[in-house]
Design a binder for this molecule. Structure first.
Ligand SMILES: Nc1ncnc2c1ncn2[C@@H]1O[C@H](COP(=O)(O)OP(=O)(O)OP(=O)(O)O)[C@@H](O)[C@H]1O
Ligand SMILES: [Mg+2]
Length: 263
């Protein structure tokens, strides 16, 4: 069974729903009003299976980032429901939402968002330090080795390559063992070699550590690392693909407007 749309809300809330790390049920998100009104998400229903790598693709402006932000509780929705595990985000007050985001959700942005004055290791453990939590040493070691950053732990971001910086950002998201990681074009500004390093790392963390990852990408080769691809267009899910390959994804995209000339 695939969990992405077209799928009914019942299928995602019933006993046959299986193990879902996150769910969006008929969510809508509207920005602006009057002439400036944009429906960024227009009734999106999907489930993110636990321990799997899911890619989200679609033309520029189709609502991919909005979907990530709404599912990660970084932005509010106008209707529908978002659940992380069995917790419904709209039912939480600000304090609980902040805590849930901190404890259960990892986010990798396209800009690395590293603190320039801290070392790689300090950046990786920063969210846990802020939360007053002690990192699980064994797990942290495993993450650092998987990410291949052990020889660079004492370096500051300016002393690291783009790919290494992005791997620090990935390790930071993984270090606290979040239930789910949302990544918005994590390889968008990396050269293809650094990009593949990051993608291999993300895929390994799913295979070896059972991490759940949702990743937005424009790149069919990047999407091919995922177990399943969900295609968005105009704020709606238009298609899904299991066991994607770059060729299959590219073929499917020919029917869509390619963002930035297909970059
Ligand atoms: N803060 C905002 N205010 C108004 N409109 C917004 C805002 N954020 C996004 N939008 C609009 O919502 C739609 C979806 O935007 P979104 O950023 O989710 O697209 P995207 O699929 O991530 O695109 P890209 O591939 O270019 O990153 C777009 O039409 C965009 O202009
Ligand atoms: Mg975007």
């Amino acid at each position: 069974m695939t969990y992405s749309a077209p799928i009914t809300e019942e299928a995602l809330t019933g006993p046959e729903a299986g193990d879902l790390a996150a769910r969006a049920l008929q969510i809508t998100k509207v920005y602006g009003s009057g002439d400036a009104r944009v429906t960024a998400l227009d009734g999106v229903t999907l489930g993110i299976p636990r321990g799997r790598f899911t890619a989200i693709m679609g033309p520029s402006g189709s609502g991919k980032s909005t979907l990530m932000h709404c599912m990660a509780g970084l932005d509010s929705i106008d209707s529908g429901r978002v659940l992380i595990g069995d917790v419904e985000l709209n039912k939480l007050d600000d304090k609980r939402l902040t805590r849930l985001r901190r404890d259960k959700i990892g986010f990798i942005f396209q800009a690395f968002n590293l603190v320039p004055t801290l070392t790689a290791l300090e950046n990786i453990t920063l969210p846990m330090d802020i939360a007053g939590r002690k990192p699980d040493k064994e797990w942290l070691d495993q993450v650092i080795d998987t990410v291949g950053l052990r020889p660079r732990l004492g370096h500051r971001p300016s002393e690291l390559s783009g790919g290494q910086q992005q791997r620090v950002a990935c390790a930071r998201a993984l270090a606290s063992k979040p239930e789910i990681i949302f990544a918005d074009e994590p390889t968008g500004n990396l050269d293809s070699r650094s990009g593949s390093e990051v993608l291999e790392f993300l895929r390994d963390s799913v295979r070896r550590m059972g991490q759940t990852i949702v990743m937005v990408t424009h790149d069919p080769a990047a999407a091919a690392y995922a177990d399943e691809v969900i295609f968005l267009s105009d704020g709606r899910i238009t298609d899904t693909m299991v066991e994607p390959t770059a060729v299959k994804v590219l073929e499917r995209m020919k029917g869509f407007d390619l963002p930035g000339g297909g970059a």
